[in-house]
Design a protein around this ligand. Sequence first.
Ligand SMILES: *[C@@H]1O[C@H](CO)[C@@H](O)[C@H](O)[C@H]1NC(C)=O
Length: 389
Amino acid sequence: MDNLTSILMLFYLVVIGLSPSKIQSQITKKPTNPHPPTKHDFNIIDSCWRKNVNWANTRQSLANCAIGFGHGAIGGQKGQIYIVHDTSDDPINPNPGTLRYGATRAEPLWITFAKDMVITLKKELLVNSHKTIDGRGAKIEIAHGPCITMERVHNVIIHGLIIHDCRPGAPGLVRDRPDHMMQINGHDGDGIVVIQSFNVWIDRCHFASCGDGLIDVIHGSTNITISNSHFNDHKKVMLLGHSDTYDLDKVMKVTIVLNHFGPRLRERIPRVRYGYAHVVNNMYEPWENYAIGGSSDSTILSESNYFHASNEHKEVTKRETNDDWKKWKWMSVNDVFINGAFFRPSGLTNDVPRPSYSQTQQFKVAEGSLVPGLTSNAGALLCVPGKLC
Ligand SMILES: *[C@@H]1O[C@H](CO)[C@@H](O)[C@H](O)[C@H]1NC(C)=O
């Protein structure tokens, strides 16, 4: 090979290696499982609805399926079906048929999509109370613009969206209700932000490569479940609790269950302040700095997760503080540790901070060794009406 040929080949490899289409395919790849699902494969959340071949005609029964602190989120179960067929976006006067129009209505709505679409929002989408955004049956990407915010609302389900490459928006007025607009001061480029809101369930979404966090839960939000989702290619994954001085987040209760974290995540999976997090049955691929972190006397129960460490970063935990953290209740129960991963507990060893679940929020935790299988196709499913999803 002469010099010119090898230079050309090197150039070709660099270009291909970094091409946007390669990144895109990592985000939106089809499930690789060559075997169609059988009714026995489904985890505890999925088995509530995926055993029904008729799922497309009984969409609103999904609202009964949340487990953990977000169980009470029924979204738009009691409302009409609203179909998005228009990908355009007007933050102030949204057109009927757009996602923003449906999401800002006053009445409960179960929002679905007529076809595959990429929606690039001009300002963040302010989702009103009593809404479900249900991506099943289409491939729905929210990408390349500001993404989703819930502020001072309750009872929202977000299901089956691919949320990636979220970017900051400009400050300005944005409609949040038919008769009201909110002045927003710009957006950091987060995937989903939950502010002062309760009863929220985020299920089977895919998050990657955003400007700031993939999910932030802040300002006293509570009763939240984040499940069955896939997170990859990002630095600061999930923030639970606004700041080290915002102690109203003491009320926060979040269940993080059956998610697949990785590859190429750096830290905050999640990072917790003040409130309580039950981190259970999640699959962790090697993290680049730490997995579970926090400050401000947060309480964390890490239960039956599957932690696969890299050769460089073995410790799961990180306390982001100079304070005395020995009394914080951070506990690991039945976690599986691979390649030398370890969790540094704190608090009294005989005082496991069990979640204070009500009877309806309660669920059966799976064995940690089963977690890779139970989360193997986490993220948005590509479902076809009339077939098992
Ligand atoms: C959270 O859920 C619990 C249990 O159902 C309930 O008692 C509590 O009032 C809820 N909190 C909020 C703010 O909805």
